[in-house]
Design a protein around this ligand. Structure first.
Ligand code: GLA
Length: 362
């Protein structure tokens, strides 16, 4: 009998709504057709073994934060968080296979933590709501690995539907989800991902710093979360840095609304303009872009993209561009030349389709 459970979990790109999940706003990611496959077989001896990219790690199911600090911390964190949520984990052999680049800002970590929780629940015969799985996976990242991320990535990779973006609204304690059809392919367009290859060390510290800055403004204005800020609140701010952060949150919230409307109207010029405007706001006001991402966006626009922006937390990782397929080669060539001129490693440029969220394979 085949007692191996197989779960395929996609990566994601966020179309728009950046740094809004931790500010109580709405985000609009898609799951992509690059994914992680988790193969899991149960054990009864309380040991978890995991194999990935030719390496192996092992730890006991009662692992604690600080026990594991290498690449397998996300797996150990998922085991730890699942047990903390009452999950029944008796041990497992896990084999990971992936065509989702790690460190590219495409949520390989959410795919991993969600995939491990899904596979271990499956071995235990548990079928829990995806929203609960998302929170467990988030706890693995926040409380075990120690990265203070929001819930967008987990919702995207667990709840997305094929051919749709998933609008997740974090304004209430229980996020609400709406699936928005994405059919730029009918208009002869593709979404290109540009993996810049940059991974700046700043990322984790600056993410936490942005969260702190946003929380400070919200508290000063007496708001539950910053996404509900209005123009009056913005104009009342004296500190220029905090004002810029708040301006990003306010304008990005408006852009998410505009992007959903333009998706529904199939107004690709307008949708593209939202993407580019979002990038400018992340670069100038939220200050989470970097030279590699700015070069990627400039190259995409110069190659005829309707719009382009960084996606994800920032400080490296990937940009996205809405572009005609026959312009992708020119974009790649332009970008490779730009990277070569700066002695940066080659970027990766590939197209992605709005794909389904995590699924169990037969
Ligand atoms: C990372 C985090 C998400 C979100 C984005 C920025 O991907 O994991 O929760 O905050 O950054 O939008």
């Amino acid at each position: 009998m085949d007692d191996v459970r197989r779960w395929r979990v996609p990566g994601r790109v966020n179309l728009i709504g950046e740094h809004l999940d931790h500010n109580g706003g709405a985000v609009l990611p898609i799951a992509i057709d690059r994914s992680l496959l988790v193969k899991a077989r149960g054990r009864t001896d309380g040991i978890v073994n995991v194999w990935s990219r030719g390496e192996r790690a092992s730890f006991p199911v009662d692992v604690s934060p600080d026990d594991v600090t290498d690449w397998s911390a996300y797996v150990a964190g998922a085991v730890w968080a699942l047990r903390a949520a009452g999950g029944d984990v008796t041990g497992a052999d896990l084999v990971l296979e992936s065509d989702l680049p790690v460190g590219a800002g495409l949520s390989s970590s959410a795919a991993l933590t969600c995939g491990v929780v899904l596979a271990l629940d499956d071995l235990a015969g548990i079928d829990r709501p995806r929203e609960e799985t998302a929170r467990i996976a988030q706890a693995a990242e926040n409380d075990f690995v120690g990265t203070p991320t929001g819930l967008m990535d987990q919702y995207a990779v667990l709840l997305a539907q094929e051919g749709h973006a998933v609008r997740v609204d974090f304004s209430a304690p229980e996020p609400s989800v709406e699936h928005v059809p994405v059919d730029w392919a009918d208009a002869g367009l593709v979404l290109a991902v540009i993996d810049t290859g940059a991974h700046h060390q700043l990322a984790a510290g600056e993410y936490a710093e942005r969260r702190r800055e946003c929380a400070e403004v919200a508290t000063a204005l007496g708001l539950e979360s910053l996404a509900s800020i209005g123009l009056d609140g913005l104009l009342s701010l004296q500190d220029e840095t905090l004002k810029a952060r708040a301006r990003h949150v306010l304008t990005e919230t408006t852009r998410v609304r505009g992007a959903v409307t333009s998706l529904r109207r199939r107004d690709w010029a307008q949708f593209g303009a939202m993407l580019t405007s979002s990038h400018e706001s992340l670069r100038d006001d939220f200050a989470v872009s970097c030279e590699e991402l700015d070069v990627a966006v400039d190259a995409a626009l110069a190659s005829g993209a309707l719009g382009a922006r960084m996606t994800g937390a920032g400080f490296g990782g990937s940009a996205i561009a809405l572009i005609a397929p026959d312009k992708v080669d020119a974009l790649r060539a332009r970008l490779e030349a730009a990277h070569a001129a700066r002695s940066w490693p080659d970027p990766e440029v590939f197209t992605v389709r709005p794909s389904p969220g995590a699924a169990r394979l037969a």
